[in-house]
Design a protein around this ligand. Structure first.
Ligand code: GDG
Length: 469
């Protein structure tokens, strides 16, 4: 294995193994975001291959060296489903679901983070750069710095960072902050997330902060500056523009509408089936609009794609039951022989089909209760080269900071959400165009390559000795 100058460390490798043991690029937020960066950098990617007890040698895929980290069935349960997805995920999303604090989960998290840090250390050349991704690996920056002080270490946090009043619940709150502070640059989605992090550091360690710099004392008595800053992630906007221009995909969009009986208005939700996404709130608002007669089932269909996610975590299994009960109730109350209120799909689809759905939808509903960014909102906007369609966007999604001309909603306010849906459904074409043009300008101007370029430039600058150019 040759050592690489640039190494990404993420929980998952960017590939899935299919039934015939062939590797395919996997869908999902992070992989979608980093794919263009990796293609250019010829780097290495350290991550779990997605199946338990799989001991694999490093291999090459699409020009990137992939370095698999093996996890046992028990480690997946404790480190991934437990600490990552049942402790950190709910805690960092403002305790929408109750976080569970289990000491064996934490112990496994430390152990597995160490394994990732060791693998990254071995994969990286002298004075190289490592970019650690996300909440499953918050301890890796400090672990890596300890063994490889020569490296430049970046960390990007894809999910929110909560206010101290919530963060302070975490029994291992000091250790997690220490882990993150091992990075030279700690990137967040929103300015508010970076602020929450800096405040937690001040409260727990009394370190001084000045604008985005945190003064971290080193064991030798010197001071190191760690930067905590917002770098809002984006999408490969051009790829969506190209897909949306394809004739087969445009035809498919028409076919989707026909299949629904050509409703006057098609509403769309696309989410991993996760309690942070506010799917239940969206269904409630839509159901009430139908039962109150403000919308008629003959005129409007809501297509809800809820891609399967974390099905072995109890909270997710319950959420699925809850959502499917609501869908069944609303459809049962509102459907006619010829029309259905909600077309619910608990399935994943190829990207082409997603773009066809974006093109078919008059209204895109993003009603997250808390979301780091929400790439779906940006994908919808990028796909609408016709400057039509309305984005209804939650204030609690990171994307809200940038997408200012969306129809803004507080999804907890069901009456407000209903009014926003009506506003979107009734919006004149001219106003749709004005809003969509402004949204598209932002998404096309700030794509995922800008995101990574800005982060990596800041990271490179952070290691230059003070005063040098
Ligand atoms: C995390 C943070 C942050 C979904 N279903 C299918 C499918 N997807 C794709 C979407 C989009 C991605 O997955 C989901 O990204 P989101 O940003 O909406 O949400 P999370 O998965 O929760 O991602 C989030 C993100 O990380 C990046 O930093 O924005 O806040 O929670 O690209 O299109 N893609 C395909 N089939 C599906 O069925 N092909």
């Amino acid at each position: 294995m040759t050592e690489a100058d640039f190494v990404v460390v993420a929980n998952r490798l960017p590939v899935d193994r299919d039934a015939d043991d062939n590797w395919r690029r996997s869908p999902g937020g992070l992989v979608t975001a980093l794919e263009p960066v990796m293609r250019k950098a010829e780097g290495a990617w350290v991550g779990w291959p997605g199946q338990p007890d799989l001991d694999l040698e490093p291999f090459e895929f699409d020009g990137t060296q992939l370095i698999p980290v093996s996890l046992s069935t028990e480690e997946i349960e404790l480190y991934y489903e437990g600490f990552s997805n049942d402790t950190i995920w709910p805690l960092y999303h403002d305790v929408i679901a109750e976080p569970r604090y289990r000491r064996p989960w934490w112990e496994a998290y430390v152990r597995v983070n160490r394994r990732f840090a060791d693998a990254a250390g071995e994969a990286t050349a002298q004075n190289g750069t490592v970019w650690v991704q996300d909440y499953q690996l918050q301890l890796v920056p400090a672990m890596l710095r300890e063994t490889r002080p020569d490296l430049t270490i970046g960390y990007f946090h894809h999910i929110p960072f909560p206010a101290y009043g919530l963060y302070s619940q975490l029994p291992w709150r000091r250790q997690v902050l220490e882990g993150l502070l091992g990075a030279d640059v700690i990137g967040f989605q929103r300015v508010a997330d970076a602020g929450n992090f800096a405040r937690a550091v001040r409260r727990l360690f009394r370190y001084e902060t000045k604008s985005s710099g945190i003064r971290v004392p080193e064991p030798d008595g010197s001071i190191r500056i760690a930067l905590a800053k917002a770098f809002p992630i984006s999408i490969d906007a051009e790829a969506y523009v190209e897909l949306a221009a394809r004739k087969d995909i445009r035809d498919r969009a028409r076919e989707i509408r026909e299949g629904l009986g050509n409703p006057k208005h098609m509403l769309l939700g696309v989410d991993r089936l996760d309690y942070t996404k506010g799917i239940g709130h969206r269904l409630k608002a839509f159901g009430e609009l139908l039962s109150e007669g403000r919308l008629a089932v003959e005129d409007v269909t809501l297509v809800q794609v809820a891609s399967p996610s974390r099905e072995r975590v109890d909270t997710y299994a319950h959420l699925r039951d809850e959502i499917e009960l609501s869908v069944g109730r609303i459809n049962g109350d509102s459907d006619t022989m010829g029309h259905t209120a909600i077309r619910y799909l608990h399935q994943g689809f190829p990207r082409e089909e997603m773009v066809a759905l974006y093109l078919a939808a008059d209204v895109m509903l993003v009603t997250a209760l808390r979301d780091g960014m929400n790439l779906v909102a940006k994908e919808y906007v990028a796909s609408r080269a016709d400057n039509r369609g309305v984005l209804v966007l939650s204030e609690f999604a990171g994307a809200h900071d940038e997408l200012r001309t969306a129809v803004s909603v507080n999804p907890h306010d069901i009456e407000g959400l209903k009014d926003a849906i009506m506003q979107a459904v009734e919006m004149p074409a001219r106003e749709q165009g004005r809003r969509m043009r402004a949204l598209r300008r932002r998404v096309l101007e700030h794509d995922v390559e800008d995101w990574s370029r800005e982060f990596l430039a800041e990271l490179a600058a952070s290691r230059k000795p003070a005063g040098s150019k």
